[in-house]
Design a protein around this ligand. Sequence first.
Ligand SMILES: Cc1cc2nc3c(=O)[nH]c(=O)nc-3n(C[C@H](O)[C@H](O)[C@H](O)COP(=O)(O)O)c2cc1C
Length: 448
Amino acid sequence: MVNPPTQRYAAAWRHPDSNGDWLRASSYIDIARLLERGGFDLMFLPDALAIPEDALGDVATTLASGGKGAVTLDPITVLSAVIGATRSIGLGATVSTTFLPPYAIARTLSSLDHLSAGRVAWNIVTSTTDAEARNLGLDRIPPKGQRYDRADRVVAQVLELMGTWDPAALVQDARSGVFADPSLVSRTPAPRERAAAPGPLSLPRSPQGHPVLMQAGTSPRGMQFAAKWAELVFVAADGIDGNRAVRTELRERARLAGRDPDELRVCAAIQPIAGSTRIDAVGVRDSLLAHIDEASAVRSLARLMHADAATLRLDGDAEGFLAAHRGATGSDGFEDMLAAVSAREGLTVRDLALRQSLDQLTPSPLGSGADIADELCEWQDAGAADGFVVTPALLPGSLEDFVEHVVPELRRRGRLSEPAAAPSAPTLRSRLAAKNAPRAQSPPRAQP
Ligand SMILES: Cc1cc2nc3c(=O)[nH]c(=O)nc-3n(C[C@H](O)[C@H](O)[C@H](O)COP(=O)(O)O)c2cc1C
């Protein structure tokens, strides 16, 4: 996951090891190349369509502290800037289904899939806040059930539009003078609602037909949506047991929906801290913690949970606080994870605020490359994850540390393929499918 330094680790923008050039295309090109060298499948950008507001509807505290979401670059624009500088990395764009017409989504994502020769993934979100709704012309964000119902319709329509050109429709025969064969270009099935577009799309079929579909909601309705559409699911649950439970349920729901469960890959969010030794990594973690300001962390938690920062009982128990503000984030899966970790670790509200600012309570494997590789292999072997979404605390430093220390260990164990001279398969979807091949038995950890 890649974003400006105002998304996850709260002090990223002021940490001395952060790259200050995060409004320049060159930063994202460098990161994309690093990810490609490190064997990552995808560079994925989250998105939000408003600066988060506090309980009074004000954005001042978010802006003043560089809080989560103070700055969000448009994912499609960033990914367009890295296409030409990379050749195999997947390009994951978050696009909400709640506001844009299907035709606009289909055209943008198809264009990106053409320009990248089939490397695009669409992270389908339904958006969560009133502030986003107001920026996009609605009074408030619709209830979750309605958002997911609309998402079902929008995804279906986007895929219909993307299918309006048969793969053979673009003829371009200079001799006969036929550019495209109209008999191979169709309209979408009769529109079911006024907002549906008849098409055809003003673009031939893209290399993947449609982008790889990603999703990240784990309420029952969110999982129903994922089971129907998603090829990659991004999960933030509590540790191995929590992630395994979500993965098991998602696979079962996919099976009940008539799909092969292996079509749906479940990727666990992690925020790794890698060093050349465990002591090095502990030093990095201490430095991250030292840059967090407690008062800002408390304001940020209050904003997230729509609470009044001035009345928070910092020594009170976090679980009770979360229960009292249940539903504030709009993401049930995320709040389940916060509650489970708070209960298991006995966190106070102060602890929760600091952890939220450090890593959003995302599992944070820490240590040498071998330590972290051990942990990731354990997750995979326990059926808790098919892969991982690495959410870096610092860019590019945390990703550089991961690529330098963890990637060689994963390659040595046969969990990650060696760098190839050319992309292993033509499109992102076919590269992901190739990973279904049985995994080599891991060699044991190297002796120091
Ligand atoms: C790990 C994770 C990442 C997410 N990333 C985004 C994002 O970038 N943009 C967004 O609008 N929503 C994002 N969401 C929100 C989800 O897409 C979804 O709308 C929300 O979780 C509500 O669904 P749920 O109650 O089924 O979990 C994310 C959620 C999770 C758990």
